[in-house]
Design a protein around this ligand. Structure first.
Ligand code: SAH
Length: 254
């Protein structure tokens, strides 16, 4: 299984992201839109992106493929309303259905820990805004992403189409059961916290496969862990403390 390094570029992601980048800016900082979009001065889209990538690096995201993917996927496209102003801050933000788009450095660290290769098929549980799935889609062959809220899945699908990310498949389902029809997976990422790694997800991981997920009580600080399926069992590595919304059973109301 290939680890980080090399890999295929996602198809046709340029235009949509470009438009998104140009409309994003820091709240209450820097010059107005006309100045901001011109060239590379303070507050410009390119400077904003530089700061975004710098913040990722300073928080431990060092894999060049992950940094490249996160530079190319415009987080601004995945955040709505007045929170757009904070799209490039290293902070989680609210999205529809009472959920959150994860903090960029956590997205980076989880993606890095997953060691995704260009031929991998990846299952993501917890589509949310679709941002994490979009980043993964530039690093692997195929992403299957599942969320229990239909509204989130519908909105994410529209974004994937707009950005030309054609290797992402979506599903509305309780992702704690995994996706038996598409299993086994090379990689699994869960972006909502369970008390323990769900059994069906463990069994849908290929031998040699890796799963990254937060575990712990939903209202407490959780631990991000990496589970590696070995020929005769599973290896568990603790990565860091995190805070995610809980993995909830069944489908959402919307
Ligand atoms: N990865 C997302 C952030 C996810 S927030 C992003 O990049 O924006 C966690 C998501 O997990 C929420 O959208 C929530 O609806 C979803 N979720 C919680 N429990 C789930 C379950 N059992 N099955 C599928 N999705 C679930």
């Amino acid at each position: 299984m290939s680890a980080a390094g090399g890999g295929r570029a996602g198809s046709g992601t340029g235009r949509g992201q470009q438009a998104g980048q140009e409309s994003g800016h820091q709240a209450g900082q820097g010059p107005g839109p006309a100045d901001r979009d011109a060239g590379s001065g303070p507050g410009s889209a390119s400077e904003q992106k530089m700061r975004f990538v710098y913040a990722l690096r300073s928080r431990g995201v060092t894999d060049p493929r992950v940094l490249d993917a996160m530079e190319r996927i415009d987080r601004g496209a995945f955040v709505r309303g007045h929170f757009e102003d904070r799209a490039y801050d290293d902070t989680p933000l609210p999205i529809a259905c009472g959920q959150t788009i994860s903090q960029p450095s956590v997205v980076g660290l989880m993606t890095q820990a997953l060691e995704v290769g260009p031929r991998d098929t990846v299952l993501e549980v917890g589509t949310g805004s679709g941002y994490q799935a979009a980043v993964l889609s530039l690093l692997c062959r195929r992403v299957m992403t599942v969320d229990r809220h239909r509204r989130l899945v519908t909105e994410a699908e529209a974004l994937f189409r707009r950005l030309g990310l054609t290797n992402i498949t979506t599903r509305v389902a309780d992702g704690s059961h995994g996706s038996p029809e598409q299993a086994p997976f090379d990689r699994i990422m869960v972006t909502a916290a369970a008390e323990d790694p769900p059994g069906p997800l463990l069994s849908q991981l290929k031998i040699g496969g890796i799963m990254v997920l937060p575990v712990g009580q939903s209202d407490a600080v959780q631990t991000l862990i990496r589970v590696t399926r070995e020929p005769h069992g599973f290896r568990y590595d603790e990565l860091r403390q995190v805070r995610f919304v809980p993995l909830i059973e069944g489908l959402g109301q919307t």
